[in-house]
Design a protein around this ligand. Sequence first.
Ligand SMILES: [Zn+2]
Length: 1046
Amino acid sequence: MLHSDNKSGRGGKESWKMFAAKILYFAYFLATCQSAFIGPKDSKCGYESCNPVKDDMINVHLVPHTHDDVGWLKTVDQYYYGSKNGIQNAGVQYVLDSVVRELLTDPTKRFIYVEIAFFARWWREQHDSMRHLVKGLVNNGQLEFILGGWCMNDEAATHYNAIIDQHSLGFEFLRQNFGECGRPKIGWQIDPFGHSREQASIFAQFGFDGMFFGRLDFQDKNERLKNVTMEMLWHGSPKNLGVKADLFTGVLPNMYQPPQGFCFDIFCSDEPIMDDKRLHDYNVDQKVKDFIKAVEEQAIHYKTNHIVMTMGSDFLYQNANHWYKNLDKLIEYTNRLQTTNNSKINVLYSTPSCYLYQLNRADQVWTTKSDDFFPYAHQNHSFWTGYFTSRSALKGYVRETNALLQACKQLDALAMLEDIHNSTYNIQILKEAMGVAQHHDAVSGTEKQAVADDYAMRLAYGRSECKKVMNDALGKLIPKGSEGFPGLVWCDMYNISSCSFTEVNKQFVMVVYNPLGHSVTRWIRLPVVGKAYTVMGPYNEVIETQMSSVTDRTKDIPERNGSLAYSDLIFQVKLPPLGFSTYFVSMSNSAMKKKQQKPVKKMLKGNEDFVIKNEHISVKFDGRTGAMKSMTNLASGRELDVVQDIVYYLSHPGNCSKPEFEPSGAYVFRPLHEKPETWKVSYPGDASQGPLVQEIYTKFSSWVTQVTRVYTGEKYTEIEWTVGPIPINDKQGKEVIARFNTSLKTNGKFYTDANGREILERQRNYRPTWKLNQTEPVAGNYYPVNSRIFMQDTKEDTQFTVMTDRSHGGGSINDGQIEIMLHRRNLFDDCLGVGEPLNETGADHKGLIVRGKMYVFMDTVANSAKMHRDLGLRTYMAPIPAFAKTDMKYSEYSQYFNTMWSGIKSPLPANVHMLTLEQWGGPAIEPAATQPYLIRLEHFYEKGEDAELSQPATVSLQDLFVPFNIESVEELTLGANLPKSQLNRLKWKSQDKILTDKQNMYMVENRVPLTGPLDITLTPMQIRTFEVNLKNGKPVNAADKFSVFS
Ligand SMILES: [Zn+2]
C-alpha cells in the first residue's frame, strides 16, 4: 500500500539488435519448452534453478517484484484491469503481460508473483499457447510463485481459520495448474502492518523454509541494523509445537522498495543508465559508484556475504522492459569491475527463495525470537494500532461469514453433493470472496470506503451462493425417504432484530445446523411480530421461551429498513455435532402463554444496587446508571469489583508534517488526551427479568448503549454494545472503548490471543527484545485482540477474561484494567496512502452504528482456559438457523423428515476441533478414483492450560462419519499442497537452547504411520491435515472451479 508518485514517462525504443535477440530466444524457448513443463523431473525449478553466485564476493540478489494489493484505493477488479486510473495508475493485467514477454527473452531474468487472486484472473484470460509458455517459465524457475495465498493477508485482524483457508485456496490453484514447480517455498509479508507469531507458525506448518517482511517498529529496526540481527529464527509456537513451528525470518532493508536512485519503473523519476559515451549525459560511472555505495552500506547490517534488494513496489512493472533494460546494464557494468578493478561485488537476478537458500548455505548461527512484531510504529507517536479496530462492522461480517463458509463446505461434504447444481462453483465464489477479504487493506479497514463496500458486496454475494449449496445439502439430509423438502430461507440480520421470514410467517420450522464436532446449546433470538409463540423441539417436546421487546434504540437503526419485528422470541436449542435439530414455531393466541413469556420490566431505582444472576454468576449494577459494579462467581464465592463503562478518546488532529502532528486515522490510533472522555449526564438504567434471561439496559449517551445479559445456565455475562452514530458536529474524531476497571493486581501484565489461537503475554511499556522509548502511553500499548484478552491476579488466583465476536484493538493501560476499542470515526487522513479519513456514514449517511458482543467471566486461573477455549470455539463457529414454511403437524413432519441428525457417530473429544471438512479441489495429490475429501483436525488447547484438556487426544477417523466410510488417508502439510512425507525443510542453526529436539531438527518429516482404524493423535495446538479417499465415493470432480471469480 505504499504511495507511489504518479509521474509518468515513456520507455526508450529497443535497439533492433535487442529485438532480434529476443525473437531468437523466443523461438528457442518455443522449441525447448515443450518438454519443460511435463513435470518437475524434467524441469529445474526450486533452489537448483537459482542463478549462480560467487562465494568469495558480496552477492547482491536483485529481486524484481510487484506488490499488488487485492483492493485498497481501487477494488480488486479495478486494479486487475487498470480502470479508474485517475485514482491510482495501476493495472495488474499489464504487469503480467509485460513481465512474461521480458522473461521469455532471457533465461537469467527472474520475477516473483505473489497474489493468486490476480494471477488467477489473468490465467483465465490466456490462450493455451501462452499458458504453455508460462508453465515453461515456472518450470525453469524464472517465474516463481512466492507466498501463494489468494492475497497477502493482514496479520492483526485475521482469524487463523481464514488465513489457512485463503492460502490453501491459492496453493490449490497453483497445484492444479503448475504442479510441484508452482508450490511456494517461502512467505512474503512485505506490507502488512506488524507481524503475528501465529502467522509464522502457520507458515512453518505450510512447509515454508522462511519468510521475509518489510515493516517493524522503527526502534526495533534500528537496534537490529546496529546488532546485525535483521535475520533470525522465529519460534512460532515455542510452548506447543516447538521446532515444527520455527521459521527463518528476514527483515528487508528498505521495506520493499529499491535502493534510492534505482527505481527504473515508468512511474519513477530516477535516472536511467545512459551508457553510450558518444551521447550527452553518460552516467554509468556515477550510477555504478552510487550503487556500490548502497551495496556496501547495506552489507554492513547483514550477516552473510549475500544481500537482497527488492527491485519493485506497488503495481510496478506495467512496462517491465523499463526495469529489465536498466537492471541488465546495472548488472553488467557493476560486475565488469570484477575484472577491471578487482571488485568483490557480484550482482545477479534472483528471487527471495534463492537469496534464502544462500543464507542457509552460509551456515551461520542465527539469533531467535519468541514474541511477535506488534504493535508497529514507523516513527514517534505513529502507532499503527487504529486499524486493529477500523471498520468494526466489516471485521464482524468477515468473522461471521467464516462460520457460514465452514458450514457450507461441511454440508456439501456430508451430503456428498454431486456437481449437478454447481455446488463446487458456488462454494468457490464464497471462498474467493473470503480470500480477498483477508487482504491487508481489507479486513484491516484501511481501504477507501468504496472498496470496503465492494468487499462487503462480494461477501454478501458469496453467502447467497453458498446458501444454495446448503439448501441442496439439507434438502438431501433432511428427508427420510423420497419426500421433497421445501426450500430453506436464511436470515442475516438477527443482530438488529430483523428477519423478514420470521416476521411474516405465523408457523414455520427452524432447522439449526451446528458446524462443530461437539454437541452444543445455543440461545436463539428470533425477530417476531406476535405477542406469544409456541415452540416445540425435535422430539415434539415443549421448549421454554421468553419474549424480549425490541428496544427503541434498535428500531432506530436505519439498516433495519422497515423491519416489522417488535420482539425477539428467545429460547435455547440443543444441537448434535456436525448436524442439525429442528424446532417448530407457531404464533399463539393463548393469554396464558402471553403472560408466561412476558418478562418483568423494571426501572432501576437510584439509591439501590440491582442484581441479575443465575445459578453460576451474579452481577451487580449501579441503580442510578445501570453500569456494572461487581461480579460474583457463585461456585467459588469470589466477588470482584468490576466497574464497566463505554467511553471515548478524542482523536488527535494533525497534518502529518512532523511526528508531533500525526493524526489518528485508518491506520494510526492517537488519542488527543491520555484519559478518555466520560459522560456528563447519566441516564437511568432499565431491567427486564424472565425465566431464561435477565437483561440490564444501560444508556451511556444517546449514541452509546449496551444490554448486559445473564442467560440461565451460562457461566459468562454477555454484553451487547451498540455504538454510533459517532457525532462529529464538534469537529472531533472519536475512538470509543469499553473499559473494565477491577481491583486485580496485575503488575502491568495482560494477555491477548494471536489470530484466535495461542496466547501471548503482554507487558505495559515493554518489548521483550529491545528497550522501548514510549511516546504514546495509550496507543503504544494497544495490541490486536482477535478473540480474547485477559488479566490475572496470581496472588488471588483470579483471572478476568473478555471474549469478543470480532477483532479489535485493546490493552491494559492501568493495572487491573482492560479496554477494548469498539468503533472509531476520524476526520483526518493519517497520510499513509488511503487518502480518506475513516468516516463511515452508514445507510442514512449520518454515521454508522455498529453492534457487537463481548462475553465476560471471572474464575480461577486453572478454570479459565476451559472457559475461553470452549467459548472461543462456540463464538466463531456459531450455529446457523434456517427456516421453511410448513403446515404439517409434528407427527406428519417427523414421519417424512429427520428432526435431528448428526454427520458423525460420536462427538469429537472435548479438546479437538474439526477445522476443515470439505470436498477437496481437483485431482487428488495421489491418484484416486473418487473425489478426495480434506479434513483438518485441531487440538485447540495449549500445553499446561488445563489439567485434563491439555493432554493429547485421539480421534478414530475410520468409523467416524455417518454418510460415508473412509478407505484411505494421506497426511498433508497444513496448506494441503504436499504429502507430509515429501516435506523437506531447510535446517538452521540457532543461538538459543530452548529447543532440544535435535532428532527432529528440520529433518525430513517422516511419514507418520497411522495405527489401527485410522487413529489420529493430536498434541496441544497441533493441526493435522488429511486428504481422505472415501469407499465408493463419487467420481473425481472434473469441474474447473478456478474459472469463477468473485
Ligand atoms: Zn499492500
